[in-house]
Design a protein around this ligand. Structure first.
Ligand SMILES: [Zn+2]
Length: 98
């Protein structure tokens, strides 16, 4: 059974994306605002590049949740983000569901 994984730190996240490049990731704010929940492919470069201090991908202003199954992420959102019904946007770089 696939589950949604909330990454504890950048190393865990980056290792997971290396092992699961075809999986899906949502990037959302640390305050879990429903108006910013963006879906990516795990291989998307825009979520892998940390230009700031270590931890900025997963423990600074943003958090990430990943799963091999986008339906798992779709069902994680309303259970974990107040007012969140679904992703607010999909990345125009990696086009995760195309
Ligand atoms: Zn992307």
């Amino acid at each position: 059974m696939n589950t949604a994984q909330l990454f504890a730190d950048d190393d865990e996240f980056l290792e997971w994306t290396r092992v699961h490049p075809d999986a899906y990731v949502i990037n959302f704010r640390a305050n879990r605002s429903a108006d910013y929940i963006v879906l990516h492919r795990a291989s998307c470069r825009t979520i892998a590049v940390s230009t700031q201090a270590s931890g900025s991908l997963t423990s600074g202003a943003y958090r990430k949740v990943g799963s091999p199954d986008p339906k798992v992420i779709d069902s994680w959102i309303p259970k974990n983000i107040a007012g969140g019904q679904c992703v607010s946007d999909e990345c125009i770089i990696c086009k995760p569901r195309k």
